[in-house]
Design a protein around this ligand. Sequence first.
Ligand SMILES: CC(C)(COP(=O)(O)OP(=O)(O)OC[C@H]1O[C@@H](n2cnc3c(N)ncnc32)[C@H](O)[C@@H]1OP(=O)(O)O)[C@@H](O)C(=O)NCCC(=O)NCCS
Length: 152
Amino acid sequence: MKELVIRRAVPEDAEAIARLEKLCFSEPWSYDSVYHELAANRRAFYLAADLCGRLVGYAGLWLIGDEGHITNVAVDPQERGRGIGDLLVGALIEDSRRLGAASHTLEVRTGNAAAISLYEKHGFTAAGVRPGYYEDNGEDAIIMWRKQDHEG
Ligand SMILES: CC(C)(COP(=O)(O)OP(=O)(O)OC[C@H]1O[C@@H](n2cnc3c(N)ncnc32)[C@H](O)[C@@H]1OP(=O)(O)O)[C@@H](O)C(=O)NCCC(=O)NCCS
């Protein structure tokens, strides 16, 4: 996909990201929350997948000490299965490592096989469960970690 560019997300992307949040998540972040992440949260680092000027995916994390806490990864439903999620997660890890993230962690729904597979592909392994973590349906969260000595 020659036209696809992975770039740093900017506050002007908040509207497109909030739109994708609604399309991709049962508990979406509001426009205000997304805008805050991009414009004001100094710990936040977000990337956008830009396809000919259209935002088709994004991924982000909070840098807490030397840990990268991944907050969200999402790809437009119409553009899935084309490697965009793969590119976003790979770039998020690489770029945040340069900013000081030695290891990475996240929570994912136990039923989200696609995301779990994506994270495993990038070296994450399950490290625990948060029972009933998701408010909408009481689903458990799997806690995953990717440690700094992982190669790949
Ligand atoms: C998870 C998500 C980001 C994947 O994005 P994508 O662009 O379709 O993923 P890619 O095409 O780059 O696929 C990368 C890897 O993800 C996994 N994957 C993607 N779709 C999958 C599916 N339907 N079933 C199983 N694994 C899948 C595979 O490991 C795949 O690697 P492979 O192609 O070598 O098998 C996308 O499905 C999404 O936005 N889901 C809704 C939001 C979400 O759940 N985010 C995660 C929150 S923790």
